[in-house]
Design a protein around this ligand. Structure first.
Ligand code: DAH
Length: 377
């Protein structure tokens, strides 16, 4: 191995010549000054301070110099690199600030600009209400059952103990499909889903069924040939009216708020025995039948509640203990099992929940109505 070349003249090592170092430094400084954005500066950094940059290559030559020459060459290169790094840092700070400011300007949202005029739309309130009801029961471990809207006459009527002479079977109430020999109807209530469920599942049965139903009603503010019901059915051992009452009280408070409960009035339905009409505590006057209003002079006085017409209660639906004849018709052992069932109108429920006085808003597809409800009810 040969020792250091003592005759070696550092001035002859081209990259280390003072003019060369100055030129490399000046080229770097000029490039830094000319970099107008962060990307350009990144490129300049690679070209002028990277491993293959003139100053880095020159720096590597120092080691080859005789010791006495290293110091001066080292200082010269060190100063040049220091100046370049300093200029880079200063330029970086400047361009960072500029970038930040430009982003702020570019990303500014002009809140005064007109909004998008394409309406986003909203889910229909009947859909969201049906889902909300289903959720209340699913939370208690029930299942959601479904059935077809075009239904067999036997399931819509006979299985539910609606004998051939029952008034609901007359042409007046029911849409029959052609040809009549098919014995098929547009279901007049969600109760046939009870029969379908019992025919296809073994007890214990806990199902809720929201759905669309049809009757040959006039189309006016309180009637429509199509509307929506929710049906509930439980079949298990030892089911009593107490379970029905507790379930409906829970449903009422979950749907309308704490303190809202139900009362039963004796009634008749062919598919339940005993049967009851279910009323709901009026959630506006909270059962008192009166509300306090203030007039223009600020004097307060009490007037009958408009929502329940001073009754304190609102009619909600029908319910009862499943008639053993229905259990038997649907293949359930009525000696061992008993059940309860209930049914209410979803449209009606929404009408009094939101003070809607015309049923037709649900069916006319006016976006101003559905959007006002949003996806929430
Ligand atoms: N299906 C009845 C109707 O449409 C409502 C109803 C009443 C359903 C009592 C039931 C029930 O399940 O037990 O008017």
């Amino acid at each position: 191995m040969s020792g250091p070349n003592t005759d070696y003249d550092p001035v002859e090592v081209t990259p280390l010549k003072s003019e060369e170092v100055d030129a490399a430094r000046d080229a770097a400084l000029a490039a830094i000054a000319a970099a107008t954005d962060l990307d350009a500066l990144k490129q300049v950094r690679i070209e002028h301070t990277g491993d293959r940059s003139p100053l880095a290559l020159a720096n590597r030559e120092i080691g080859a110099l005789p010791p006495q020459a290293r110091k001066e060459a080292g200082q010269r290169i060190g100063q040049a690199r220091g100046a370049v790094n300093q200029a880079l840092a200063a330029r970086q700070t400047l361009l960072d600030v500029e970038h930040e400011e430009r982003m702020l300007v570019e990303e500014t949202v002009d809140v005064t600009l007109p909004t998008d005029r394409i309406p986003a739309g909203a889910r229909h309130p009947i859909t969201t209400a049906s889902e909300m009801i289903a959720d209340i029961f699913v939370a208690m471990g029930w299942e959601v059952a479904e059935g077809p809207v075009i239904e067999a006459e036997w399931l819509n009527f006979d299985a539910l103990n609606l004998g051939p002479d029952h008034p609901a079977r007359t042409m007046q109430d029911t849409f029959w499909t052609d040809p009549p020999e098919d014995h098929t109807v547009l279901r007049t209530h969600t109760s046939p889903v009870q029969a379908r469920t019992m025919l296809t599942r073994e007890p214990p049965i806990y199902v809720v069924c929201p759905g669309r139903v049809f009757r040959t009603d006039e189309y006016d503010a309180t009637h429509s040939p199509v509307f929506h019901q929710v049906e509930g059915l439980v079949v298990d051992e030892g089911i009593s009216m107490a379970h029905l009452k507790g379930t409906l009280d829970h449903f009422a408070s979950a749907m309308f708020g704490e303190g809202i409960t139900t009362r039963f009035r004796p009634s008749y339905f062919p598919f339940t025995e005993p049967s009851a009409e279910v009323d709901l505590t009026c959630f506006v006057c909270r059962g008192s039948g009166v509300v306090t209003v203030g007039d223009v002079s600020g004097t307060e006085h009490q007037t009958p509640c408009r929502t329940c017409r001073g009754e304190g209660w609102i009619e909600w639906g029908g319910c009862g203990i499943v008639n053993p004849r229905v259990l038997t018709a649907c293949g359930v052992d009525s000696g061992r099992f008993s059940g309860f069932a209930f049914g209410m109108g979803i449209d009606r429920t929404l009408m009094f929940r939101h003070g809607i006085d015309d049923l037709r808003v649900f069916f006319e597809g006016d976006l101003r109505f559905t959007t006002a409800f949003g996806s929430e009810i």
